[in-house]
Design a protein around this ligand. Structure first.
Ligand code: 13P
Length: 340
């Protein structure tokens, strides 16, 4: 294991206030988003969309790493250049999603467990050989009546830790993503309570599996009220609750925390990240950045709509959202950026 290499990559991913772009939606999730906009659910449409993203000029000014899914990892530009080469040439670090999605957690109605540990070492070795330098695994925790159970939290934490240990063994930085899902009417304090339990279990399992915390990135949810909760806290309240909680729960040796957006409106996700850095940046032991998918891609997809004539304006939107989130990492985002 070359731990120094892993640590160096982890630091590079969060250096210079840059963030990550998750473009690793499974074929199923990508198709669902395409269907809503009337975009054909085909291999070629997914390829064309991903080509649009990775060929956006100067994306590396704001984005340090791109997370791909297996399909995208093996695809090429229309002119035959492998995507991996395009991304490397752009100076962006390549990541790969390696969980195989989630299935029902047996004996626990309404709960899910991420799968994909079978044959994972072999897959990681192949991805690393092809140019990947980091990986991602997402374990989903659902809030509902009497859930999540401790069993589900611990089982997902254990899988995340096994995956993280295998990644470091293969020379890849593991992005550890325990996502407490936003759907529901629960208040912010319930999200806080569950996320607390989840991160406690995750760091406990990481330690049991001898994962070097200097060589991981944490990708958590922000501390938010459920999407359908009647009381929606202010941007400052969310930022405050999230950072105070993370300061108590995330060891100082972790180099960076890169949030998922979780279905928040994209501008609000940027405002939350900005408020956290504006208020706390000087006091934080780790970088606080983004690893958004929907909160960067949504406006891009809506402009593109599967039409090649829209590529340029969709790329401009991708560049813009990335720039706004980069500003948020410095606490320098301002709403007027949206109109400039
Ligand atoms: P969202 O930003 O859309 O939540 O996606 C992040 C991600 O990578 C989910 O695994």
């Amino acid at each position: 294991m070359d731990l120094q290499k892993v640590i160096k990559t982890a630091k590079a991913l969060v250096a210079d206030n840059k963030g990550l772009l998750a473009m690793d939606e499974s074929i199923h999730s990508c198709n669902k988003r395409f269907a809503l906009l009337g975009i054909p659910e085909t291999v070629e449409a997914r390829r064309a969309y991903r080509e649009l993203i990775i060929t956006t000029p100067n994306l590396s000014e704001f984005i340090s790493g791109l997370i791909l899914c297996d399909e995208t990892f093996r695809q090429s530009k229309r002119d035959g250049t492998p995507f991996i080469k395009v991304i490397e040439d752009a100076g962006i670090i390549i990541g790969i999603k390696v969980d195989a999605g989630e299935v029902d957690f047996e004996g626990h109605p309404g709960e899910k467990i991420a799968i994909g540990l079978d044959g994972l070492s072999e897959r990681l070795a192949e991805y690393a050989g092809m140019g990947a330098r980091f990986a991602k695994w997402r374990g989903e925790i659902i809030i509902g009546k009497d859930i999540p159970s401790k069993d589900c939290i611990d089982a997902n934490a254990k899988s995340l830790a096994k995956y993280a240990a295998l990644c470091q063994e293969a020379g890849l930085v593991p992005i550890v993503e325990p996502e407490v899902i936003m759907d529901g009417k629960h208040p912010l304090c319930r999200c806080l309570e569950v996320t607390k339990e989840v991160l406690l279990s995750v760091f406990n399992q990481l330690q049991l599996h001898n994962v070097a915390l200097e060589g991981i990135l944490l990708k958590p949810n922000m501390i938010l009220p459920g999407l359908n909760c009647a009381i929606q806290e202010s941007v400052e309240e969310v930022a405050d609750a999230t950072v105070r909680f993370l300061l108590k729960s995330v060891p100082l040796t972790v180099p960076g925390i890169a949030f998922l957006s979780g279905g928040q409106p994209y501008q609000l996700a940027t405002e939350h990240l900005n408020a956290m850095n504006a208020q706390f940046k000087d006091k934080l032991p780790w970088a606080l950045t983004f690893s958004f998918s929907r909160a960067i891609q949504q406006p891009v997809l809506e402009l593109w709509k599967g039409n090649k004539n829209n590529v340029e304006k969709a790329q401009a939107a991708l560049f813009h959202r990335s720039k706004c989130n980069y500003a948020a990492c410095r606490g320098e985002y301002d709403i007027t950026m949206e109109y400039s």
